[in-house]
Design a binder for this molecule. Structure first.
Ligand SMILES: *Cc1c(COP(=O)(O)O)cnc(C)c1O
Length: 426
């Protein structure tokens, strides 16, 4: 199959296959989904979502642990409902994400709230909902949370997010655990801040958290961070501050091109070794590794535009739908949906947006014609959630396929809805 030739080994989505030269997801032919729902559309596989979640559950079997799906990777209610039913907790970074989790059937009691800029309103909303823990990222946030909890007459459960100053060796935009970073409290300050938290009347110290970065391919930096955190937990115990959980964040990478991320069990093995014989419950906050390779972006070719130095494929998806190539120069596999009969050429795959940065892939060998479909793979994470309406482009539809059925979980936006809240100046 030509589509597969470009990828060493299998396609990165376990439920994506070529059948008689046509790409299918969970057995559903992508051209039929394009007919039914239009393009561009994000299409996710429930079986792939489930398999990804279960690989975390299995790797943690026998250990007291909670897998909190990082909602920002993909916050569609359909996706959240799949994870809620599987028993997941959720890692949120805004009040909006909390509302989504609850609307999708998730339990507030399994929600942890991360982020450096929580507002008073967001704190109130989360306290009233009864979330499991606030991952507090600064001294000022600690004081504010104490005050807000006091006004409501409740105790706020807190963990301090510490910054272990470990280099995760990933893209600088997605590394979060280094000293120069806005995230977490400095490791050296953590103990004093815990003492301060213990003295505040409306806080209940629950745990400690760290998250060092994203698209991690090597478990060693995370294990190093875990080792540092475990040492700190012991020093806190000497101070009479005992923790019931340790949150090790998210960050496990996926294969986009030829990366070789560890399977979940191998990623966790060195971490679990650090915590052998300890009683704290372990929390994890995976995002990308649960959804990234469970979804693709389906797009149709509008034009071929041969040029003097470059050939362009102009598709109906753009940087507003999938920002990662423009934002991080990220690489996504692009596959012909129907096995090609034409000659191949090298193309840049670009969208219609008026920006030179509007590309989805560069210098790819494709055999394509106007009207053909392309699948942009590994688009389940940080795809739709980072989309925008730039150029007044309605956002894509989202579909979950499940055992031979396709469910529309987000209708394509209408242009009218895009400016329904605006008005001309009278
Ligand atoms: C983004 C984020 C995650 C998820 O990261 P992934 O790389 O998608 O697994 C988890 N925790 C926190 C605090 C985050 O900011």
């Amino acid at each position: 199959m030509t589509a597969n030739d470009k990828i060493s080994g299998a396609l990165p989505t376990p439920t994506l296959h070529a059948e008689n030269g046509v790409l299918t997801l969970e057995g559903l032919a992508l051209p039929e989904l394009a007919e039914q729902f239009g393009t561009p559309s994000y299409i996710y596989s429930k079986a792939a979502l489930t398999a990804a979640f279960e690989s975390w559950q299995q790797a943690l079997a026998g250990r007291r642990a909670l897998v909190c799906y990082a909602v920002k990777a993909n916050s569609n209610l359909g996706i959240l409902s799949v994870f809620a039913r599987l028993g997941a907790g959720f890692d949120i970074v805004s009040g909006g994400e909390l509302a989504r989790v609850l609307a999708a059937g998730g339990h507030a009691g399994k929600v942890v709230f991360s982020g450096v800029g929580k507002t008073r309103d967001e704190m109130r909303q989360a306290l009233k909902a009864g979330i499991r823990c606030f991952n507090v990222e600064s001294a000022a946030e600690l004081e504010r949370l104490d005050a807000v909890a006091g006004e409501l007459g409740v105790l706020a459960p807190v963990a301090l997010r510490v910054n272990p100053d470990v280099d995760p060796k990933t893209h600088p935009y997605i590394s979060t655990g280094l000293k120069g970073n806005k995230f977490g409290v400095a490791f050296a300050d953590a103990q004093a801040l815990y003492r301060r938290a213990a003295a505040l009347p409306n806080l209940r110290i629950s745990g400690i958290a760290c998250h060092i970065g994203s698209q991690l391919l090597d478990p060693a930096p995370v294990a190093e961070a875990a080792q540092k955190v475990a040492g700190l937990v012991d020093r806190l115990a000497d101070d009479g501050i005992t923790l019931d959980h340790i949150d090790l964040g998210g960050g496990l990478g996926i294969r986009y091109r030829d990366e070789a991320p560890p399977v979940v069990a191998d990623y966790l093995a060195p971490l679990l070794k650090v915590f052998e014989g300890r009683n704290e419950e372990l929390y994890f906050e995976p995002g990308r590794s649960l959804v990234g390779n469970a979804g693709l972006l389906l797009t149709r070719i509008e034009y071929l535009k041969p040029g003097e130095t470059k050939n362009f494929v102009i598709v109906d998806a753009a940087m507003n739908d999938l920002a990662r190539p423009a934002l991080y120069d990220a690489w996504h596999e692009v596959v012909e949906v129907v096995a090609p009969s034409t000659e191949s050429q090298v193309y840049d795959v670009v969208g219609p947006i008026c920006e030179s940065g509007d590309f989805l892939a560069r210098e790819r060998r494709l055999a394509v014609a106007e009207g053909d479909l392309l699948a942009i793979l590994s688009a389940g994470a940080y795809g739709m959630t980072m989309s925008s309406n730039y150029n007044t482009r309605p956002r894509a539809a989202e579909i979950i396929v499940d055992g031979g059925q396709a469910h529309l979980v987000r209708a394509r936006e209408t242009v009218a809805a895009l400016f329904a809240d605006e008005k001309p100046l009278s």
